[in-house]
Design a protein around this ligand. Structure first.
Ligand code: AMO
Length: 398
């Protein structure tokens, strides 16, 4: 007999079928037992004439006939004829998986991730993330972007040296990539339009609900732009597609405010409180443009008319920054001058600067943090809720 999935049961009423999955729960009522079996597609109710001695999370193969029952999930259940255990847990479970939402505290769930992630509501968060990444990719492909994969072991910091992980590379210093920034810009010289989805690494000293030491960065970069507004248009269409994939209404036109107009006093950056306030005042999704040039990395393009302000932007979503982007410098002498002004030694960057030495068009791009995006979609207050196996100051395993 061929295995079918719990989601396919309704099409098999009256037939004898086989299911395989995990025992999520057993309830006993006088002489009947109700099992909830979970497979990759969902759950099904199995009715048995006898009690079992099966432990939750036992892996089962069940055969039986499919009958209609308005009270059962999806209106069908299985009257079991055989229940075979393919595997059984070797110790009692540290968590419960049968409640609509997990009840255990986050640290307990993270410590027991191999089990906690099986919770149906929890695993759906990661399905949502997978759909969002698919949407990001397909939208960009439609727009003529080529997918690339760039090194994660790199010779220099890309976003400033403060939060870079150093490692021993055959006796030399190397770093874990904080972003694919230099390589995605370089690849504009090859493909004009590129994107990458992959892990990036930040030795974040802060223990907050929005910072991870490793996260998934969705990056794009495109050439032949007029200014950062062309990049924002790409962000807008990507985020719309990602929200649609998450089952949310596309936002329409995203409002744009200027950093100068929304900051608190003369602060050079926005604090988390500012980001929440700006979203309260201007909408769920808001672009903030024109951050101070000095506060952005050296590759940032200044506003030619007012160079202290940059052609950069962030996208805030429900009070949290989820995207950073902007126009980049593209002329070699501008890089040399900017690095000198910032008193940064140019020699470690020579491989990157080659791209500009050999001619690069005006270009720009952006990066979106996947875990933050998913957390904001779901209203999770901690980004660890939407990270499979979070890495932070204290957590290196599981
Ligand atoms: P930035 O450093 O602002 O920009 O990062 C871009 C986006 O990545 C997410 N993010 C994080 N998510 C989880 N944990 C962290 N520690 C963390 N740090 C950042 C956020 C943020 O908006 N190279 C530029 C992008 C560009 O200009 O193309 C960059 O990396 O969602």
């Amino acid at each position: 007999m061929e295995r079918i999935l719990t989601s396919e049961l309704a099409a098999h009423v009256g037939e004898h079928v086989m299911l395989r999955g995990w025992l999520q729960r057993e309830r006993r009522l006088s002489r009947v037992a109700f099992l909830v079996l979970r497979d990759r597609a969902g759950t099904a109710q199995i009715v048995l004439d006898e009690e079992t001695t099966l432990a939750p999370e036992s892996v089962l193969e069940v055969t039986g006939s499919v009958v209609e029952n308005a009270q059962a999930p999806h209106g069908v259940e299985i009257r079991a004829s055989t229940v075979t255990a393919l595997a059984a847990p070797s110790e009692p479970l540290p968590l419960e998986l049968h409640r609509p939402e997990p009840r255990e505290a986050l640290p307990t769930r993270l410590d027991n991730a191999a089990l906690a992630l099986r919770h149906p509501a929890v695993r759906e968060r990661f399905r949502l993330a997978a759909r969002a990444v698919d949407a990001f990719r397909s939208r960009l492909r439609e727009l003529g972007f080529t997918e690339i994969h760039t090194p994660k072991i790199v010779a220099t910091a890309t976003e400033g040296g403060a939060n870079v992980f150093r490692l021993d590379y055959f006796g030399r210093d190397a770093y874990l990539a904080q972003s694919p920034q230099f390589y995605k810009q370089t690849m504009v010289g090859v493909f004009e339009r590129v994107f990458e989805t992959g892990p990036v690494f930040r030795a974040e000293p802060h223990d907050t609900g929005r910072h991870l030491a490793e996260y998934v960065s969705l990056d794009a970069e495109l050439g032949f732009i007029d200014d950062h507004r062309d990049v924002m248009a790409v962000v807008e269409t990507c985020v719309s597609s990602m929200l649609a994939a998450a089952g949310l209404e596309p936002p329409g036109l995203i409002p744009v405010v200027r950093f100068e107009d929304v900051r608190t006093g003369s602060e050079p950056d926005l604090a988390p409180d500012d980001e929440r306030r700006i979203c309260r005042q201007h909408g769920e999704l808001v672009f903030v443009e024109g951050y101070p040039t000095a506060k952005r990395p050296f590759y940032t393009h200044p506003d030619p008319d007012r160079p202290q302000w940059s052609r950069s932007f962030d996208l805030l979503y429900r009070g949290v920054e989820i995207v950073t982007g902007g126009q980049r410098l593209h002329r070699y002498p501008d890089y040399v001058a900017e690095l000198a002004t910032r008193e940064i030694d140019a020699s470690p960057f020579s491989g990157y600067l080659d791209a500009f030495r050999w001619g690069m068009p005006p270009h720009g791009g952006f990066a979106l943090g996947l875990e933050r995006f998913t957390a904001q979609v779901l209203g999770a207050t901690n980004v660890r809720e939407t990270t499979l196996f979070p890495r932070d100051r204290t957590r290196l395993s599981p």
